[in-house]
Design a protein around this ligand. Structure first.
Ligand code: SAH
Length: 230
């Protein structure tokens, strides 16, 4: 009788290794070029972050539901946001200490933690925070801290952050997050821009010696940034 590690060697495991490699190739074709990001996306088992019934779709380039009206972000958007943090306008650098707002299922947090020195992630919905903790257990990422709270207030006790990333859309950059961004630091977030047909655009905010500089990137679609804990 042969004993196999569950998951990686059989069934979904084999499939996921291959499909993950294909996902990384697709990301390259879509223009993601940072090898650190591609390697991390090729390593983190995305299928473990979605419900069993949706696992066969985990590596499609699409957002998927994770309950409570929330979603796991599309692979391209996860890769793109991390790449923007790591390359910005002033060139390539380390992610340093990272704050993520909107843990959701914990997927992006896992990708971040496999690249960055230190990662803090905040989720406002208790059940999702608990589920993310369970999803992440097996990955043993000792540099990742999960917090249940309202991410609009940031995390004063761990600030300043070299990188901040939001996985939920607002109409303005939350004040507290600007204050908690280190000098030379970068924040990437989806911002709602008014107009008849409301659009969301990914925006890069860089903290310079004298203030903040904004760069508008591509159109995106995220769940809204909400207030308070749930
Ligand atoms: N990072 C996730 C995406 C999660 S979707 C991934 O890897 O796929 C965005 C998440 O932001 C949702 O779980 C939602 O509950 C959470 N959210 C919305 N407003 C928030 C707030 N003010 N503070 C913390 N989390 C928030």
């Amino acid at each position: 009788m042969s004993v196999r590690a569950p998951g990686e060697l059989s069934g979904i495991g084999m499939t996921s290794l291959r499909t993950r490699a294909r996902m990384v190739e697709r990301l390259r074709e879509q223009g993601v070029a940072d090898e650190r990001v591609l390697a991390a996306m090729g390593t983190v088992p995305r299928h473990l972050f979605v419900d069993e019934a949706l696992r066969h779709r985990a590596y499609e380039d699409t957002a998927l539901p994770i309950n409570y009206g929330q979603t796991i972000s599309q692979p391209y958007v996860v890769a793109r946001m991390i790449e923007v943090l790591a390359t910005g306008r002033k060139g390539r650098r380390e992610l340093g200490k990272v704050l993520e707002i909107g843990t959701g299922c914990g997927y992006q947090a896992a990708v971040l933690a496999s690249i960055a020195a230190e990662v803090y992630t905040i989720e406002r919905i208790r059940e999702l925070h608990d589920r993310a903790r369970r999803n992440l257990l097996g990955l043993k990422l000792s540099n990742l801290r999960l917090v249940h709270g309202d991410g609009r207030a940031g995390l004063e006790q761990a600030a300043p952050f070299d990188s901040i990333v939001l996985a939920a859309a607002s109409s303005e950059v939350p004040e507290a997050l600007l204050r908690q961004l280190a000098r030379g630091g970068r924040m990437v977030l989806p911002l709602r821009r008014g107009g008849a047909r409301e659009q969301q655009r990914l925006v890069l905010v860089e903290r310079m010696g004298h203030g903040f500089e904004e760069t508008e990137l591509e159109l995106v679609r995220f769940v809204p940034l909400e207030s308070g804990k749930a």
